[in-house]
Design a binder for this molecule. Structure first.
Ligand code: AMP
Length: 450
């Protein structure tokens, strides 16, 4: 998963992009980059690390111009190497072109093979580079038309920002797998993966870029904005996991506030999977908090922060070579013994992937004195890997791919285990956003695979 941000027609475009990327840090922590321009040459800085560490004042000052695009990387296609950091930038007969991508292309391997046979030399292993090569090979000599030519050949998930000396283009694939929103900053256009980036820079949220829509900002024409729909239309397949886990709860995604969606998922979960003799509801922080609030409200059980999360793990300790994941859980989540001692508790989390977190956590809760632990998950079992941009383990590692719910309950050591149904999830997710979701990770129903 990744974050993209772009802004045009403003002073300090790179500084605002830096702030936007900062607000979107949760979407990718491996590396970050900004490409800016004043309508002539590009200025580029990309580096592995967190936004706040990479973009020092002197780096930002070197990124000149009225227009910039930026990217936070979380590798799902291609490895975690510096060549794969985005925005990618390439020179061809079109001049320089830079691109920032969120999503995964499902036919990138076959297109790469074909392009290499035809003489293309790839600089990275990121699927995104395919789009640049297809643009460079296009007979079209204008950025928008070359981009349309390229996008008509790729299949899969892409929310993109494309920049050259003339245009900033924002485009979302016809199925709209990944989010992309548009706003206004002092009357100038701004684009981001999630609206929370606008809050930080004082921009106003306007709307989603629609699936299949391309919004074009002309750098030479007073940053005027136009919208076209040049891609084949398709049924909407917006990633429902953004609502469940990935997006920030203070963001508007697919037109609805993630906080409310998650809280309503918790209510739905309480209706479908009550825990009749439990005494309190405890979230697995941070991502389980909103569903737990909903669960507590619906079931009339008190909400308690019975597990405290440390936010300082990651770079301050040296992981032991063995059982790193288990060690991580202990370091990250600690029960408050006084709250849970002798109690029957409902523990709410948003998802269960490998089961490592739940298994360890439940053991810690029992060690801290919990009498009964009833685990509730505000999504259906994650049984299938994602090919559209979420980093999920292989099918084999996904606990629900080969185990019944009862087997999973025994594995994690819960007294009871209840998941939200797919119908329940889709009902809540579509309340404000309308229908049209990709739920392949839960259902195995893959919208487009080659
Ligand atoms: P696991 O221990 O593998 O079962 O992981 C479950 C935990 O990971 C849950 O608490 C989720 O909030 C979180 N989670 C779910 N999906 C992802 C993801 N794609 N990347 C990082 N964390 C995730």
């Amino acid at each position: 998963m990744c974050a993209i941000f772009g802004i045009s027609g403003v002073d300090e475009s790179s500084n605002l992009t830096y702030l936007g990327l900062h607000a979107l840090q949760h979407r990718g922590q491996e590396g970050t980059g900004i490409v800016s321009t004043h309508g002539k040459e590009p200025f580029v800085h990309k580096e592995r690390g967190l936004v706040g560490d990479v973009f020092t004042a002197s780096v930002i000052n070197s990124l000149q111009g009225h227009t910039a695009i930026g990217h936070n990387r979380y590798s799902t296609a291609g490895g975690n190497t510096s060549e794969n950091l985005q925005p990618l930038i390439m020179k061809s007969s079109l001049g320089w072109v830079s691109i920032a991508h969120n999503g995964n292309l499902v036919n990138a391997t076959e297109l790469t093979k074909k392009l290499e046979q035809e003489g293309s030399i790839f600089q990275s292993t990121a699927d995104t580079e395919v789009i640049l090569h297809l643009m460079a090979k296009s007979k079209e000599r204008e950025l928008t038309r070359a981009l349309i030519h390229a996008l008509n050949q790729v299949i899969g998930a892409y929310s993109l920002l494309v920049l050259n000396h003339e245009y900033l283009i924002a485009v979302r694939d016809p199925q709209g797998f990944r989010p992309l929103v548009m706003g206004s900053h002092k009357g100038r256009p701004v684009f981001a993966s999630e609206s929370t980036a606008f809050d930080l820079i004082g921009a106003t949220y306007e709307r989603e870029i629609e699936p299949g829509e391309m919004v074009i900002v002309s750098l030479n024409n007073n940053f005027s904005v136009s919208s076209i729909r040049p891609l084949n239309s398709a049924l909407k397949k917006r990633c429902v996991f953004e609502q469940v886990y990935f997006a920030r709860p203070d963001s508007l995604v697919y037109g609805s506030t993630v906080y409310h969606t998650r809280k309503n998922l918790g209510k739905q979960l309480a209706e479908e999977q009550p825990a009749l003799h439990a005494e309190m509801v405890i979230p697995v922080p941070d991502s389980g908090v909103y569903a737990a609030i909903g669960y507590s409200e619906f079931s009339n059980l008190p909400f308690e922060m019975g597990i405290i999360r440390s936010h300082y793990i990651g770079r301050t300790f040296i992981e032991p070579r063995q059982a790193i994941r288990d060690f991580g859980v202990k370091l990250k989540l600690n029960p408050v013994a006084e709250i849970i001692k002798g109690k029957s508790i409902v523990v709410v989390d948003d998802s269960l992937v490998r089961g490592t977190t739940s298994k360890k956590l439940i053991q810690h809760l029992r060690d801290a004195g919990a009498r009964e632990v009833h685990l509730r998950i505000s999504a259906p079992p994650t049984a299938h890997p994602c090919f559209y941009g979420i980093d999920t383990p292989t099918k084999k590692e996904l606990l629900a791919s080969s185990n019944s719910i009862e087997k999973i309950r025994v594995f994690v050591g819960a007294d009871s285990l209840g998941y939200l149904s797919l119908e329940g999830l889709l009902k809540v997710a579509s309340e404000k956003s309308g229908e049209g979701f990709c739920h392949a990770c839960f259902s195995g129903d893959y919208p487009c695979l080659t």
